[in-house]
Design a binder for this molecule. Structure first.
Ligand code: PMP
Length: 739
């Protein structure tokens, strides 16, 4: 007698009269007994199948199919089945003919099972049936890695959105419900047998195929081609409906989630059950692959495999035409070949044609596109209360406190608005109200917003050829740039020298400055970090002449810089006002201004400040979720480690290609400046070429700087090493071909 592996029962292989059998025993409970009886009936129904062999129940000497016996002092359910021989599919490399034979066998099995019904199976409600995915929800917490947890939650949300509403419309029947590579037997390269009907369920028929697809494909490098082969062969025997085919991608992801949730749970309660973890690695690999997969691509592939035509998607030209009819051409569009976006997840974006883009550029979805915690926070609060700050509600106080905890104690008051522009605008008003002065000192190439005040303080806008010009109350400081500027030693001395020059100039003008506004890394200037030590020298001078200091953290804040949560920390200063935007709401329109008690008091002497939407409960819930995810997933640390690796790889490229003049930035905020020659002539053509070529290779980055010659990458903070490698390898390849 040989003990065999089992998920939650004990199986023994026995020999008698030259024949082999499998003796199965289960811990007694009435529900298991009823299910084992139902399973036996299903197997008796499948007896003499022409297409495949299944285990056959063997009666005890008295004719009983099942007996409850005392074994080792415990009551156990016992039964005997014929043993099937063959090679386990899991031990073989599954090729297309093998997979096609599985599809055909499975379709015949399901046709036969359509003739079988059993009320015990109909009544079964449990987590391994995909339609009851939510029953596994508690196990998500057993997954150790917080980012993996979020990926599973994301796919749960997709299931609720895409599958749940359609479930009642689907045809249901009894299915095997666990066609995996360790239950399938192969002889001569074809499927010869299927066993373990212990998961048998009454559920949407399409789940049978989804489960088989999951396990047959997850170990393959080309899982979706294999899946299409399985589908094609199944469909040739048991034709599927379009609505069933369209759900397959989400059903596969749901099954993978069930698998990884149960593996995590098993590990927690029963560390040594190897069998329970048998599919864990493959399931995670496949879930990550699913994230890189555009669901539209799979839907089209699957429809085509069944001889159905996918719905026609409008061309980008058609969409552009519609857009131009209703929107002004003043709104620019990225890339020569624009992208018609459909959906997104974490660091990936999916277009309407089935392509997946690696997002190495958008900094607004800071913790990842469609992050499930952020989505859930907003969705939930929207259904409870959404109002304005003229009422009292806990979320406003909670979020304000939580945000202020990220700042030193002197920055103790916060105003909520709905954009970075509104925040910059308010910051300038605060400064002017507090100082009673008007003049603002701004940085060359700085950008702070699209309101009139925002533009007035943004050299990037007012100095544009079509811009309004510099207003009389604006003073402009040259960029303290250690790559191109007057002082290039980035050891702290250059920053000091730039500041001292500026202070001297300011003293000569004798204009009373209300505030200095500066980004710690000047985005539109070409991702230029302020030279080290610059603000440390400049802030005291601004304050000494009666002004205050504003740091615009819209681009750099919330941990993106890796070493620092806020950009001003790199300059060893504490501003009087901080402007927040973009990442604060992960794409939900939010902005905030943080300031001191004294500035807030001055402003409070003026007319009431009110923002209809600023600080509403939905925004507060979202803002809270963003801060929590940054901590839970240790995203600042990821920005540091992944960002350092990113810069390292770019520096390696720089040593090979003289056209890379400079690599700069911090964490996941990186600029790569392209030059034509040793004189550092700006190479906008090359930057544009790389940007568009990367787009064609499904990687999103952009260009910036006064000459548009700087590549910028500031991806969602869940960006990983493989993503970094992919971007840099592609740039390497583009540069190689451009030499
Ligand atoms: N400040 C900086 C540094 C920015 O980059 C931007 C937007 N690019 C803003 C302010 C304005 O933010 P928003 O577009 O959300 O109004």
């Amino acid at each position: 007698m040989v003990a065999l592996a089992g998920y939650d029962n004990a199986n023994f292989k026995i020999q008698n009269g030259g024949k082999e059998f499998i003796f199965k025993t289960y811990e007694y409970d009435p529900e298991t007994l009823a299910l084992v009886e139902a399973e036996n009936e299903a197997l008796l129904h499948l007896k003499n199948s022409n297409h495949c062999t299944f285990p056959e129940p063997v009666p005890f000497a008295d004719g009983a199919w099942i007996k409850c016996l005392e074994i080792g002092g415990r009551k156990r359910i016992c039964r005997l089945l014929t043993f099937l021989d063959g090679d386990l599919m899991g031990n073989l490399q599954a090729d297309v003919p093998m997979i096609e034979s599985l599809g055909i066998m499975l379709a015949h099995l399901d046709l036969q099972l359509q003739e079988f019904d059993h009320y015990t199976i109909r009544a079964r409600k449990w987590g391994w049936d995909i339609q009851y995915l939510h029953l596994n929800q508690a196990y998500i917490e057993d997954i150790d890695d917080p980012h993996k947890k979020s990926i599973v939650k994301y796919f749960y949300q997709q299931f609720e959105e895409k599958v749940r509403p359609t479930l009642p419309e689907l045809r249901h029947s009894i299915i095997h419900n666990d066609v995996n590579e360790w239950n399938i037997l192969i002889k001569n390269g074809k499927v010869s047998g299927l066993f373990d009907f212990g998961d048998i369920a009454y559920t949407p028929l399409i789940n049978e195929l989804a489960i088989a697809m999951t396990y047959v494909c997850y170990a393959n490098d080309d899982p979706w081609d294999k899946a299409a082969a399985l589908l094609r062969s199944y469909h040739s025997i048991l034709p599927l409906e379009e609505k069933e085919i369209k759900l397959l991608f989400y059903l596969v992801t749901a099954r993978l989630c069930i698998s990884v949730c149960n593996s995590a749970h098993s590990r927690k309660i029963q560390e040594d059950n190897e069998y329970a973890l048998v599919s864990e690695k493959g399931a995670w690999k496949m879930l990550f692959k699913c994230l890189e997969t555009n669901p539209v691509d799979i839907e089209n592939k699957f429809l085509q495999a069944c001889g159905l035509e996918p719905e026609k998607t409008a061309s980008t030209n058609e969409i552009l035409k519609q857009r131009h009819q209703v929107l002004s051409p003043i709104l620019s569009i990225s890339y020569k070949n624009p992208i018609y976006m459909n959906s997104s997840a974490f660091q990936y974006m999916y277009d309407a044609y089935g392509n997946t883009f690696l997002d190495a550029y958008n900094n607004i979805p800071h913790v990842g596109h469609a992050h499930p915690k952020v989505v859930e926070a907003g969705r939930k609060q929207m259904g409870i209360l959404n109002t304005n700050t003229r009422y009292l509600y806990d979320l406003l106080n909670e979020y304000a406190e939580m945000l202020l905890q990220r700042f030193p104690p002197e920055l103790s008051k916060v105003y909520f608005v709905n954009s970075g522009s509104a925040a910059s605008d308010l910051a300038i008003r605060l400064a002017q109200a507090h100082t009673g002065r008007e003049h603002i000192l701004v940085m060359e190439h700085g950008y702070h917003g699209n309101t009139q005040i925002g533009i007035d303080v943004s050299d990037y806008k007012f100095s544009n050829q079509k811009g309004q010009g510099q207003k009389s109350h604006i003073l402009k400081a040259p960029i303290p740039d250690t790559y191109r500027g007057k002082y290039q030693l980035d050891d702290g001395t250059a920053g000091k020298m730039y500041a001292m020059d500026l202070i001297e100039d300011l003293q000569q003008t004798e204009l009373p400055i209300a505030a200095l506004i500066a980004e710690p890394i000047i985005g539109c200037g070409g991702q230029v970090p302020l030279a080290k030590g610059y603000l440390k020298e400049l802030y005291p001078a601004i304050r000494a002449q009666g002004g205050i200091c504003i740091s615009d953290e819209v681009q750099v804040g919330f941990g993106r810089l890796g070493d620092y949560f806020w950009g001003y920390e790199a300059q060893e200063v504490i501003p009087d006002i901080v402007v927040l935007g973009k990442p604060i709401g992960n794409g939900h329109p939010m902005g905030a201004v943080v300031t001191t008690e004294a500035v807030a008091e001055s402003f409070a002497k003026g007319v009431e400040f009110f923002s209809s939407f600023g600080g509403n409960p939905v925004s507060c819930a979202i803002g809270k979720a963003v801060l929590e995810v940054i901590d839970e997933e240790e995203l600042q640390e990821n920005a540091r480690i992944t960002g350092n690796y990113y810069q390292e790889l770019f520096r390696e490229l720089q040593s090979v290609y003289p056209s890379i003049g400079d690599v700069r930035g911090s964490g996941l905020f990186i600029g790569v400046e392209l030059i034509k020659n040793e004189n550092k002539d700006h190479n906008a053509e090359l930057a544009k070429h790389i940007k568009n070529e990367l787009r064609n290779r499904h990687i999103l980055i952009s260009t910036d700087g006064p000459y548009d010659s700087v590549l910028k990458s500031k991806p969602p903070l869940c960006f990983n090493r493989e993503n970094v490698l992919q971007v840099v390898e592609q740039i390497d390849d583009i540069l190689k071909q451009h030499r």
